[in-house]
Write a new protein. Structure first.
Length: 396
C-alpha cells in the first residue's frame, strides 16, 4: 500500500503502476471498472505520475492555424471542418494569404505554423485541382512543402496535419516540418461500419491510419497522434487504441505526444444530437492514458473543456496543445481558444507553471536536421523550450 497526498492507494494494480510494473490490457480494464465505484485512487496516481515525469509545469505551443484547404474526400459524422464547394466556409488559401498570416503570426510572437488540410482534396474535387494549378502546384502536399518553406523563412516552425500522406510526401515534408500530426482517433473497425462515425471515411480505417503512423516511425518524424473520446466507442476500444499507440512508440520511439480529445457535437453534422463526452468519463480516460504511458506527453485541448480544463492537471495531462492569439480553431469553430494569460493564471492557480514549447518536444530534437535545430536556437532556453521573453510579449 502506498500513501499519496494523504490517501492510501489500496488497489494492488495501481500500486504496481506506481512501482513501474507493466500492466496488461485486462488489468487496465479492471482498473477502469474499479474506478466506476471510486475514481479517487486512479486520479491521484495519474497526477502523481504527471508530477514524477513532467514536474510541476504544463506546456503549450503558441501557434497560427493555417486552414490551407478544407475540401476533403472523406465524411466523418462529427466533422464541421470539411466544406463542400460553394459553401461560405470553404478555404483555399493563396500563397499571398499564407504569407500575410505568417507575417502577422510573427508579429504576435507565435512559434508554430500549423498547416491543416482535408483528406486528399484534389482526388475528389476539380475545384481543388484548379486551385492548385492556379498556385503552380500539382498536389496538396507540394503546396504544403512550399508553405512550410515560407513559414521557416518568416521565422515560424511548421507542423503539418494533412491526413494520410504517402511515405514519399512525409519524407519531403520532414525536411521543413519539425513535427507532424495524425490522430489515430480509434483503432476499432466497428466505428467504420454502417451508421458509425467513420463509415464514410476511408482514411480513418484503423489499418490505413496505423500504416501512416508506422511510416512516420520509419522516417523518424516526431509525431503527434491521439484519440477522440465519446464517439460511440467502448472502453475496450479506447484501451486498445492507447495500447496500439504505446506499441508504436515502443517500436519506433517517435510518438511525441498523445492528444486526448473529447467529442463535442457540432450543429451542422450528422452527430449534432449526440451528447458531449461525459466529463468524468473523459477524466478517467486521461488518467488511464497516464498509467498506460507514464512518460508520454499528454494533451487535452483547453477550448473543448472551457470551464474546467485546469482540473485535468489533477488527472495527468502536461500539455494544452496549440493556442493561437490570432486565428480560430477551424476544427472546432464554436470553441474559441482561451487567452494565454488566462491559461497561465489558471495553470498557476492549480500549481503548475505554464511554459511555451516548440511544436517539437525537447526529447525529440535529435530527430530533426541540424538546419532546423539552428533556426530554433535564437528563441530557445536552456530547457529546450521557448524563451519567456519571446512568447510573453504584450500581445500574448
Ligand atoms: S475529420 Fe478530417 S477526414 Fe473526417 S471529414 Fe473532417 S476533414 Fe475529412
Amino acid at each position: 500500500m502506498i500513501l499519496l497526498s494523504g490517501v492510501v492507494i489500496n488497489s494492488e494494480l495501481l500500486n504496481n503502476v506506481v512501482e513501474d510494473k507493466e500492466i496488461s490490457k485486462y488489468e487496465i480494464l479492471e482498473i477502469y471498472n474499479n474506478s466506476l465505484h471510486n475514481n479517487q485512487e486512479l486520479f491521484l496516481v495519474g497526477q502523481m505520475l504527471q508530477k514524477k515525469f513532467k514536474k510541476h509545469s504544463v506546456t503549450f505551443s503558441k501557434k497560427a492555424f493555417l486552414n490551407i484547404v478544407n475540401l476533403c474526400m472523406d465524411s466523418c459524422s462529427y466533422c464541421t471542418y470539411k466544406a463542400e464547394p460553394g459553401e461560405s466556409k470553404v478555404s483555399m488559401m493563396s500563397k499571398n494569404q499564407i504569407k500575410e498570416i505568417l507575417k502577422l503570426a510573427k508579429k504576435y510572437h507565435c512559434v508554430e505554423a500549423l498547416f491543416v488540410t482535408g483528406e486528399q482534396p484534389e482526388q475528389r474535387y476539380p475545384e481543388a485541382r484548379m486551385w492548385l494549378k492556379e498556385n503552380g502546384f500539382h498536389s496538396t502536399s507540394e503546396y504544403l512543402i512550399h508553405s512550410s518553406e515560407i513559414a521557416l523563412e518568416e521565422g515560424l516552425f511548421p507542423h503539418t496535419n494533412a491526413g494520410n500522406l504517402s511515405f514519399e510526401e512525409m519524407k519531403e515534408l520532414k525536411k521543413t516540418n519539425v513535427s507532424m500530426g495524425l490522430m489515430l482517433e480509434n483503432i476499432s473497425e466497428r466505428l467504420t461500419e454502417k451508421g458509425m462515425p467513420h463509415y464514410l471515411a476511408a482514411s480513418k480505417r484503423p489499418k490505413a491510419r496505423m500504416k501512416i503512423l508506422e511510416n512516420s516511425g520509419k522516417l523518424k518524424i516526431p509525431m503527434t497522434t491521439g484519440i477522440l473520446v465519446g464517439i460511440g466507442e467502448t472502453i475496450e476500444e479506447i484501451v486498445d487504441s492507447l495500447l496500439a499507440i504505446k506499441d508504436l512508440h515502443k517500436k519506433y520511439g517517435n510518438i511525441q505526444e498523445v492528444i486526448i480529445q473529447n467529442f463535442q457535437p457540432k450543429q451542422d453534422t450528422r452527430m449534432r444530437d449526440e451528447p458531449s463526452a461525459d466529463e468524468v468519463y473523459f477524466k478517467t480516460i486521461v488518467a488511464l492514458s497516464r498509467i498506460i504511458m507514464p512518460k508520454m506527453n499528454l494533451q487535452i485541448p483547453p477550448n473543448l473543456s472551457p470551464s474546467s480544463y485546469q482540473s485535468f492537471l489533477k488527472v495527468g495531462i502536461n500539455d494544452w496543445g496549440g493556442i493561437s492569439p490570432l486565428t480560430p480553431d477551424y476544427v472546432n469553430p464554436e470553441f474559441s481558444w482561451p487567452k494565454i494569460q488566462e491559461v497561465e493564471k489558471n495553470s498557476l492557480d492549480a500549481g503548475y507553471e505554464l511554459k511555451c514549447r516548440f511544436p517539437i518536444y525537447p526529447e525529440f530534437f535529435s530527430f530533426i536536421s541540424k538546419e532546423l535545430r539552428m533556426k530554433m536556437k535564437e528563441m530557445e532556453d536552456e530547457e529546450g523550450l521557448v524563451r519567456k521573453e519571446y512568447w510573453k510579449d504584450d500581445t500574448y
